[in-house]
Ligand binder design. Structure first.
Ligand SMILES: [Zn+2]
Ligand SMILES: [Zn+2]
Length: 171
């Protein structure tokens, strides 16, 4: 092995000369140029990726700018740090979840409130448990709660007499 190297070295007059030539050649310049070009592309795509991701996760513009700058300055390392620190959820998912939660709350809360004192009531309460005002009548035939304004009981078809006791305090 060593013999062969020595032979190869003795073949050319100046072995380091050809290496120097290579580093001054246009091929080497092209390699260096491509390397820098590749590096710039990697750095820019890191920043772009962070920008695209951050826009969907972060509401604050300043935080987005900081994240993109981190990607731009530190490239893949900045991207790595961003991936650890970024909010785990997309903004649209978070908004959707919040909306769902609010809808559920509304439903659980019951859209029904006592019209007089705003106490939450169930849809079959006859009297508001807080202000003791009458919310509904009962059907004289089947004894189910009927809404004020109903003229006929929807369960047993009994006509409801139109005396207005709705809203009167009982007892
Ligand atoms: Zn009430
Ligand atoms: Zn009835």
């Amino acid at each position: 092995m060593l013999d062969r190297l020595l032979v190869a070295a003795s073949d050319s007059t100046d072995p380091f000369g050809s290496i120097k030539d290579f580093f001054h050649s246009s091929t080497w310049h092209f390699v260096v140029l491509m390397f820098w070009f590749f590096l710039v592309v990697v750095w820019l795509s890191c920043a772009y990726w962070v920008f695209k991701d951050a826009r969907r996760r972060i509401d604050d513009r300043i935080v987005i700018v900081v994240a993109v700058l981190t990607g731009l300055v530190f490239g893949p390392f900045g991207l790595f740090v961003y991936a650890i620190l970024r909010p785990p959820e997309y903004l649209e998912d978070a908004r959707e979840r919040e909306l769902e939660l609010r809808m559920l709350e509304l439903r659980l809360d019951g859209e029904e409130h006592c019209p007089f004192c705003k106490t939450p009531v169930k849809d079959d309460y006859l009297v508001c448990p807080h202000c003791m005002r009458r919310l509904r009548e009962v059907c004289s035939s089947c004894h189910r709660p009927v809404e004020p304004g109903w003229r006929i009981c929807p369960y047993c078809e009994r006509q409801i007499p139109q005396e207005q006791t709705f809203g009167l305090e009982i007892g």
